[in-house]
Design a protein around this ligand. Sequence first.
Ligand SMILES: [Zn+2]
Length: 434
Amino acid sequence: MCRRSLLAVLTAAAILFPLPSGLAFAAAKPNIVLVTLDSARADHMGFLGSRHKLTPNLDRIAAQSLVFDRTYAQAPLTVVSYASILSGTYPQTHGATEFGAPLSNSVPFLPDILHSAGYNTVAFVGSIELDPRNGLAPGFDRGFNHYSAAFRQPQPGQGRPAAVERLGSKVVAEANAWLAANSESPFFLWINLSDAHASHSGSYDAGITSADAAVGKLVAALQAKKLYDDALIVVASDHGESLGSHGEETHGVFLYDETIHVPLLVKLPQNQNAGKRVRSRASLVDIAPTILEVAAIPVPSQMQGQSLLRIAKGSSSADQPVYSRTDFPQRAFGWSSLESWRAGKFLYIRAPRPELYDLATDSGATHNLAHSSTAAAETMAAQLEAFDSRLKNQGTASDTGLTASQLQKLASLGYVGLQKSTAGPNATAKGSDP
Ligand SMILES: [Zn+2]
């Protein structure tokens, strides 16, 4: 994108996305609860249109939240996606992988920032993958006062579930015991529920129901302590689950909606904007900067997500492109990494054999138009390429001729990466061997 068109984007941005205003938060530092449901598909949530009644507790939170209809994960992989959620950066910036590459200290990390701002920071996680000591997420405990992930590596012959996953009911029981014993505010409480991922309960749907029931117990405990109404509560999933679509059983290899479209709820303090639905696309990288914004803590310039409050206030006709990638096919099988770009009505996937789907008429992404709709495919490819090279070049004010505040605005719109991180390609390569 040349400088002139960047400025055109800025002008359009100023018109379409005035800075958020009109939201007033009584407490400068609200308690913050981040609930992550591992592997929860958007289309299994009642508040997103599922008729299967799997999520009554989440539906009740949704009635008091901003509901983002179209939120997309930046990767279909647990560790990579949580690194994006907690750092507000894209996978190629934070460098975390499913193969134990540590989260670099140079990457901004929400719990660390909140801790520095005076928050009591605690985590209760249900997946061994997120155990910094015995799992695949070294560095994830940075900034936490308490990080409960008491896993041990499975021994040969042990079944996977008992050794590597904890039921949501157990995770929430521990969190509620902590809540009962601690009234020190403000706190940041992260609850990770892996029931759907583990499918202890036999089926995927039962796993969703089990996670939802655990959420209900957490909400009851918050309400009993009169902490619910004033808290900022964010509910999201790290990725979905293919369940056989496109020939994939679980997640990690492909970038279709089954694994990339995820639920996202933002319950603001005093339940402001309760039940408001947001149609514009949102990304999981947007969560960390939004939490900081609500807590009135400056957002580090390295964070690449944008304000969900701004998206919620934006014109519903404004298109918000979304970028995702997976390096798993390359790292695990020596295949190609995949990247996707969702814009307008299209899903474009950059692969050795490119794919283009018109999601307005083909929501299951079954009919590849890359060779029949070549103009659309080329436009999508060019947009993806421009986004990619901006992340790679890590443009700064001095080398683009734009001012820091102009770049900040572009970054908030998802057009440019601002970070100057040491966790680039080298950090990614190091320690990445399976
Ligand atoms: Zn996961």
